[in-house]
Design a protein around this ligand. Structure first.
Ligand SMILES: *[C@@H]1O[C@H](CO)[C@@H](O)[C@H](O)[C@H]1NC(C)=O
Ligand SMILES: *[C@@H]1O[C@H](CO)[C@@H](O)[C@H](O)[C@H]1NC(C)=O
Ligand SMILES: *[C@@H]1O[C@H](CO)[C@@H](O)[C@H](O)[C@H]1NC(C)=O
Ligand SMILES: *[C@@H]1O[C@H](CO)[C@@H](O)[C@H](O)[C@H]1NC(C)=O
Ligand SMILES: *[C@@H]1O[C@H](CO)[C@@H](O)[C@H](O)[C@H]1NC(C)=O
Length: 621
């Protein structure tokens, strides 16, 4: 079939397709901790005394609560942080404004603000009339490229002057809630967005939202200032989300589709799970998508106009938070690679993602154990994992001792960020804490060696061999995303292709076959059991799979977040590796809740690759 004129027109806009260049060599990286306000152990009123902070500009607590570091200001010398101030004196003491959850800038170049502090509060003391009906969500702080605005959870902070300047005072600052109208007449408090990310053009926004059954969809829209709303809550000056698209392609391919009794895998399918942000130029939307290999969760990029999908990561370990450099040539991801956290279930490569119909929620939940995370920051070039290249761990230097930059008890959190000039990366970590250690848990709780015994820290990585880079031109977003679905107020989520239960054959891309039996849950719908038999199956030239795998999901109607799996694996892989993935006698019964992520299992599931054995974690760890 000849390409249509439309397709030709679109293709002519694209750069010529090139093979991925050879991977970069590891580079030199220096990591230091950034200063934060003084720490106090009591949060009682007035505990933040002049003896502790002579400038009376706030104290923070030892324990991590409502803390999140974000990205840099345009000069690459400051980082935005959401912080909780504690121990402030009562009003009318001027220090009383350094209280509760606030958004601050932290110096990242070793200098101080004119008052001598290494931080400056952006939201403290903003007059109430300038900050009406704020949304309580204050996560994922982000500096707009214009340097005068910041995304602060579900609010936008606007300053008349650059955020870094002394001219940006509380009186010149306004903070507005963001409202997502979803009812036809615009009434009500609107939709519940989560994980909001600002596009590099400072005008558009991407976010995710849960469905009642624990599913999630991603959305893209434009911020429009509404100085005096007449409908919808809050009835206060606010930013409305307009021209909203749901990131679903009408009648688009699904990752796995049936044609009669044959299954087909569609790598071109746009399957946006959780939206994670944008490329540095803003031409691509980043997301966690449907797995391409069994139990291996990855980050993908989809082009805003063409809908072309790129798989950015393929390492069997789990990746989630991700940020691009402004020159669009690199990204940093928070990933469990190196920790072996997921290798017992995902280490065998090139297994098609069939059991994932029932295991995907569990496979993304085992990545952490409650408050214990396994994320470390990984630097990868824009072309992503390929061949033997899986990026470079940013904080590899250090001796692994308590409090060192590569102490595994300091767990990476969301989001990391690149400095606009591309020479620095910021990320933050929290120390593993009870109940993920201590008490009945076999893991001892480490004692913090951070200033004041803080259990959270912000880390600055300098890419010392790099020269400052200019940002890529910002991609111009069209009024509608050609491949997505308009989602004006009052619309419902479009129905998408669902693979019918049945018995199927999937042919390997190179050779062999997988025979799959997929059954539906008779009571609640959705899938119940996926059983697959592999015979000489190969999707690439290096991995051949034989054996069987079968997983049954028990649905708990009162808790859509709970996965209970009864799992049997007996898989063999030959070729460039010799590997097995096997459950022990009686199989493997996993029970995990996607909101708490506490590992609880009976039986065993073990993956062995060239003699290296990867076992499941112990219960509760
Ligand atoms: C800020 O504005 C308030 C009321 O509008 C005024 O009383 C106060 O003096 C102003 N503060 C500064 C530092 O200008
Ligand atoms: C489905 O299979 C039939 C028979 O092999 C084939 O003619 C048809 O093109 C296939 N459809 C798709 C969408 O692949
Ligand atoms: C390091 O922390 C562990 C707890 O994780 C503790 O048992 C150990 O004593 C600490 N080591 C030193 C040298 O402080
Ligand atoms: C699928 O195959 C199994 C036997 O392996 C058989 O019992 C079952 O009825 C088949 N299901 C369908 C829908 O044909
Ligand atoms: C996999 O199965 C095929 C077909 O039954 C067989 O020829 C091949 O030897 C098997 N490979 C292994 C490693 O068992």
């Amino acid at each position: 079939m000849p390409p249509s004129h439309f397709l030709l027109a679109v293709l002519s806009l694209l750069p010529p397709i090139q093979a991925s260049p050879s991977p970069p060599v590891p580079e030199s990286i220096q990591v230091v901790e950034l200063p934060l306000p003084p720490v106090i152990s009591s949060s009682a009123e007035g505990a933040c005394t002049a003896a502790i902070n002579p400038r009376r500009t706030g104290c923070i607590s030892q324990v991590f609560e409502e803390f999140q570091a974000g990205d840099f200001t345009p000069d690459s010398n400051h980082v935005i942080v959401n912080i909780k101030f504690v121990g402030a004196p009562a009003a009318p003491d001027p220090a009383s404004t350094y209280s509760g959850e606030q958004v601050i800038l932290v110096k990242a170049d070793g200098t101080t603000f004119p008052n001598g502090d290494t931080w400056k509060c952006l939201s403290c003391g903003v007059p109430a009339s300038n900050a009406q009906s704020l949304d309580p969500e204050r996560d994922y702080p982000h500096v707009a490229r214009n340097g005068k605005q910041a995304l602060w959870g579900h609010n936008i902070l606007d300053c008349e002057a650059p955020l870094i300047s002394s001219e940006c005072t509380p009186n010149k600052t306004h903070i507005y809630p963001i409202h997502w109208p979803t009812s036809v007449d615009g009434s009500g408090s609107g939709g519940t967005p989560r994980e909001m990310r600002l596009h590099p053009d400072d005008i558009h926004m991407g976010w995710s939202s849960f469905t009642a059954t624990g599913g999630q969809h991603a959305y893209f829209g434009r911020l429009q200032f509404n100085p005096s709303p007449t409908t919808g809550l809050p009835l206060a000056p606010r930013y409305d989300l307009v021209d909203v698209n749901i990131l679903i392609q009408p009648n688009g391919a699904a990752p796995i589709m049936a044609n009669g009794t044959e299954l087909h895998l569609h790598d071109e399918a746009i399957s946006v799970g959780e939206l994670r942000g944008f490329s540095g130029a803003g031409d691509e939307i980043l997301y966690l998508g449907s797995p391409r290999e069994a139990n291996n969760l990855d980050v993908f990029a989809v082009h805003v106009i063409t809908g072309a999908v790129r798989r950015l990561t393929s390492h069997p370990e789990y990746i989630d938070p991700i940020a691009f450099s402004h020159d669009n040539n690199w990204f940093v991801g928070m990933d469990t690679r190196g920790s072996n956290r997921q290798m017992w279930m995902a280490g065998m490569r090139y297994i098609p993602p069939l059991i994932d119909l029932v295991t995907v929620t569990a496979a993304s939940s085992t990545r952490n154990n409650g408050a214990r995370r396994f994320f470390q920051p990984i630097l990868i070039d824009r072309h992503g994992d390929r061949g033997e290249y899986f990026g470079q761990q940013i904080n590899l230097a250090g001796d692994g001792s308590n409090g060192s930059i590569n102490d595994p008890n300091w767990n990476g959190r969301a989001d990391p960020a690149f400095s606009p000039d591309g020479t620095k990366i910021v990320y933050w970590q929290a120390l593993v804490s009870s109940p993920a250690c201590g008490g009945a848990n076999p893991l001892t709780c480490p004692v913090s060696s951070a200033p004041g015994g803080r259990t959270y820290r912000v880390m600055l990585a300098s890419l010392t061999e790099r020269q400052p880079q200019d940002p890529a031109p910002i991609f111009k977003i069209p009024d509608t995303i050609p491949w997505a679905t308009l989602f004006p107020p009052g619309t419902s989520v479009p129905t998408q292709y669902t693979l019918p239960a049945g018995n199927y054959t999937l042919h390997g891309k190179v050779h062999g076959v997988a025979r799959a039996r997929i059954t539906a849950n008779p009571t609640y719908g959705g899938y119940e059991t996926v059983s697959v038999e592999y015979e000489d199956y190969s999707d690439d030239n290096g991995h051949v799979i034989n054996g069987t795998e079968s997983v049954t999901l028990t649905i708990t109607p009162t808790d859509p977040w709970l996965s209970k799996l009864d799992w049997y694996s007996d898989l063999y892989e030959t070729g460039v590796v010799t590997a097995t993935k096997r459950t022990g006698p009686g199989g493997f019964q996993l029970s995990i809740n996607a909101q708490t992520n506490i590992f609880e299992a009976e039986g065993t599931l073990t993956t062995t690759i060239d003699g290296i054995v990867y076992k499941q974690p112990a219960n509760g760890t």
